[in-house]
Design a protein around this ligand. Structure first.
Ligand code: K7E
Ligand code: CUA
Length: 659
């Protein structure tokens, strides 16, 4: 009975969404004034394409998911921080180095905040950056092939959460630490946290041609927790704003002990000023060790460079770099409006939403009108920096995005809704329930000067009854709202993978035309590439057997191999010889202890296999590639170590022998 009532009330809520359709929004493919139903607005007809790419973080899955908006179709899974048995990422010899860290091989992470590269404050569709929280890292995904090209470890960081956010010309990807820790790490009593632990804000520069990252400098700040951050833009370009919590510097039972102060801070960092100090030769080069992993585009192979030092500016020692602005209690999201003037501090334990005014912040700084300091960093006055307050908009604000038309949208976790309010007058103009308890929200171009305020994607933390039950563990639920009219309208629900936190979205036209269809075989410089099937071969080096193999519809060359022994380690270096779009082949062999390979046209990839027993073992193509896909297979004969079976390989009865 209870179930029925719940169902009815949900239905009523849904009906009311449909009933209060505002219209007004121009629809894709034309500007007819006719009203569309919610279902039609999210409907992308067969053969038609979505208007936006949305890059949705995988949270504890460690990956990045690309969805189409408004359809909610999953277009791509890009493995980033976690191994992926579908592609072989993290299992293949070429990709293993991506997971090197100073903590060893780390094939998992918790990814929260994808952000798209920008030019002049607008998303430009070149790269997506995303943070690994747990073992602090930043990854770069190239949007020509949607693959992870680089992962840089962040030293002196712990819980790399207030990251990775891109400044308006992609000068930096900024990565703030969540936890404070002893820096450098050392053995010390936890109870001595207060005053002794420190935090690092990392500024990672980006090469504008190659996209390559470099840890340019770190700013050392007091030992609070730093939750989120966003770059200034336009008039506040050159600044970066972070929310803090646990300004109490508690080390235990934080739910109580980190919630005592009525106000925590927004940390404002003037990174242009920091650059000036660095140009003047200031800062200290500290010893450290971290991994920088990059894919060589010619060999499609990842390589690790070990870095040994980092340039550090102690914020308290360099006037003008850092300021603390008292703000709403325990703020979570820290969001900057498209003009760069307003900084929203989403105080999750506060009744009101606090907005600071960049002009006022600068005014107070210019007048040196400070309210004291904390650990040598000037503290500004709360009232004097205040732009306005959105009064009692909801309960538990987490994140805010902007539509570029003068409105802001804030998610409220506890009251489970998205609230639309007007920037400047701070009045609430609309609210819609979400199902249930949203975390981040995303409007295409949300973190930029030019949001494209047509759709809003809410990523909900709690799913409950939105889909057919599937046991205790449920997919998270995302919802798309049409925000082109005065009132938000829910147009689609769809399940997601892992736990999406942030997402960033961009017009399809800024990405789709630049995407690759194949890798040119002629450009492949992999040391084990086979460009001509006649050069396919097998070589023995001690107990290593190297198979130089090709794959093309619908056979492997070679497809018969003999002379492999128990105790050998077999390396299959396989080149996909195809040069047509959408023609990957797969590879797997019985008993392999890693994963299959999925190899796209023009690429060479390596997987290992260590046969445990003698016998004749089949391998096959795992991707249904042609009408003769089931024929795309072969055998490896494995003998005892004492065998005199010679190492040889063949195709169609023509055998060749190793020299
Ligand atoms: Cu709010 Cu990690 Cu950005 Cu989750 S964080 S919701
Ligand atoms: Cu190649 Cu199936």
């Amino acid at each position: 009975m209870k179930k029925t009532i719940q169902f009815l009330s949900l239905s009523a809520a849904l009906l009311s969404f449909v009933a209060c359709t505002p219209g007004g929004g121009s629809s894709k493919g034309g500007s007819n004034g006719s009203k569309k139903s919610a279902a039609e607005k999210a409907y992308v007809a067969p053969g038609e394409l979505d208007e936006f790419y949305a890059f949705v973080s995988g949270g504890f899955s460690g990956q990045l998911y690309t969805y189409g908006l408004p359809s909610g179709r999953l277009l791509k899974v890009t493995p980033v921080f976690s191994q992926d048995p579908q592609t072989g990422y993290g299992y293949s010899e070429e990709s293993k180095a991506m997971f090197n860290t100073s903590y060893g091989f780390v094939p998992w992470d918790d990814s929260h905040h994808p952000d798209i590269s920008q030019t002049n404050g607008e998303t430009d569709g070149r790269w997506v950056f995303i943070n690994g929280n747990n073992t602090p890292r930043i990854a770069r995904i190239d949007l020509t092939d949607f693959e992870t090209k680089e992962i840089i470890e962040i030293p002196n960081s712990a819980g790399n959460h207030s990251s990775s956010f891109v400044t308006e010309n992609t000068e930096y990807v900024v990565a703030g630490t969540r936890f404070s820790v002893p820096i450098p790490q050392r053995d010390m009593p936890i109870e001595e946290y207060k005053g002794n632990f420190k935090a690092s804000m990392s500024f990672i520069s980006v090469d504008q041609e190659s996209g390559e990252m470099d840890l340019s400098f770190q700013i050392r700040v007091p030992g609070y927790n730093y939750d989120l951050g966003h770059p200034g833009r336009d008039k506040s370009h050159g600044w970066f704003f972070f929310t803090t919590y646990n300004t109490e510097e508690s080390h235990s039972l934080q739910e109580v002990n980190a919630s005592k102060n009525d106000k925590d801070y927004v940390l404002a960092i003037n990174w242009k000023k920091a650059e000036e100090y660095i140009k003047a030769g200031k800062g200290v080069k500290e010893k450290t060790r971290y991994a920088h992993n990059r894919v060589n585009e010619k060999t499609h192979t990842s390589e690790t460079t070990w870095k040994e030092e980092v340039l550090v500016l102690e914020a308290a020692d360099f006037p003008g770099i850092a300021y603390l602005i008292p703000s709403a209690k325990s703020p979570h999201g820290c969001d900057v409006d498209p003009s760069g003037q307003y900084i929203v501090s989403n105080g999750k334990l506060s009744a009101n939403l606090v907005v600071h005014d960049f002009n006022k912040i600068i005014d107070v700084i210019d007048k040196k009108d400070f309210d004291g300091e904390a650990y040598g960093i000037p503290v500004l006055n709360y009232e004097k920096t205040l732009a306005g307050i959105v009064e009692q908009p909801g309960i538990g604000p987490l994140h805010t995005e902007f539509d570029g038309k003068g409105y802001a949208y804030t998610t409220f976790f506890i009251s489970s809704e998205v609230v639309k309010w007007k920037v400047g007058t701070w009045e609430v103009v609309d609210r819609q329930p979400t199902f249930y308890s949203p975390g981040h929200l995303c409007i295409p171009g949300g973190n930029s000067r030019k949001p494209e305020g047509k759709y809003l994607l809410a990523m909900n933390k709690i799913t409950k009854d939105r889909y057919l039950p599937v046991g205790p563990e449920l997919n998270q639920s995302a919802q798309i709202f049409d925000i082109s009219g005065d009132k938000m309208e829910l147009i689609l629900d769809f399940p997601t993978i892992g736990e999406p936190h942030y997402a960033s979205a961009i017009s399809a036209g800024r990405v789709a035309p630049n995407t690759k269809k194949i890798y040119r075989l002629a450009d492949n410089e992999h040391p084990y590439v086979v460009k001509n099937a006649n050069d396919a071969r097998v070589e023995r080096k001690g107990n290593e057997v190297h198979v130089y193999m090709t794959m093309i519809r619908s056979h492997f060359t070679p497809d018969n191999i003999e002379g492999v022994k128990v105790g050998d380690k077999v390396f299959f270096h396989i080149t996909n010889s195809e040069q047509d779009y959408d023609l990957p082949h797969g590879f797997s062999i019985i008993g392999m202890n890693n994963s299959e390979l999925l190899i796209v046209p023009g690429r060479t990839t390596t997987i290992t296999w260590e046969p445990k027993t003698e016998g004749v073992f089949p391998f096959y193509c795992t991707d249904f590639c042609s009408a003769l896909h089931q024929e795309m297979s072969g055998y490896v004969r494995v003998s005892q170590p004492s065998t005199d079976v010679p190492l040889r390989w063949g195709l169609d009865g023509e055998w060749k022998s190793a020299k």
